[in-house]
Design a protein around this ligand. Structure first.
Ligand SMILES: [Zn+2]
Length: 178
């Protein structure tokens, strides 16, 4: 996409995942230092107010698993582009977050990813079947990781290959859809 200029690319018709009404999504192209070429999509359902937003890299690297080992507080600032279709894993903490049908892509840092995981865990607290002991243990791990007290591995598994972890330490592995 070398010749593409920054700014609006196009609009597309979509169906609201909440109420089923048709609404328009606009896509914008940006070339951001460090991150590279990305496409940002946004739209709002005129019927129910549902807000759609998504971020993904403009070029696909093919289905891939990205892995980075976090071993210093500085690593918490590593930039992450997580596509809506990508799963997040932290094996050391027993964390796995798979995308739901209305998952959005986002740009954040490793610390921001931990913050999202915390939000997901907060929502799980309402679940009557949850093992509270395990829940507290995981919350504690995430909290300590956010303070830079723990080492861990962040894995992003992306079948579309449009996620990124912006660090020289990132290991990439191709995956194949079964
Ligand atoms: Zn709607």
């Amino acid at each position: 996409m070398d010749e593409v200029e920054e700014g609006k690319l196009w609009s597309l018709e979509s169906k609201c995942p909440r109420c089923g009404s048709k609404f328009t999504i606009s896509e914008y192209f940006h070339n951001i230092p460090l991150i590279g070429k990305i496409i940002i999509s946004s739209g709002r359902c005129g019927n129910c107010g549902y807000i759609y937003k998504d971020v993904r890299a403009a070029e696909s690297h093919g289905p891939q698993r990205l892995k980075v080992h976090i071993d210093s507080p500085n690593d918490l600032n590593i930039i992450v582009v997580r596509a809506g279709t990508a799963s997040i894993y932290i094996p050391e903490f027993g964390i796995s977050i798979t995308p739901g049908p209305a998952s959005h892509g986002f740009i954040t840092t490793v610390e921001g990813v931990l913050d999202r995981i915390k939000e997901v865990l907060e929502m799980l607290r309402e679940d009557p079947d949850i093992d509270m002991e395990k829940w507290r243990y995981r919350m504690d791990l995430i909290g300590r990781a956010m303070k830079g007290e723990l080492e861990f591995t962040l894995i992003i598994e992306d079948p579309e290959g449009v996620s990124r972890i912006i660090s020289e330490k990132t290991e990439k592995e191709e995956i194949y859809k079964s």
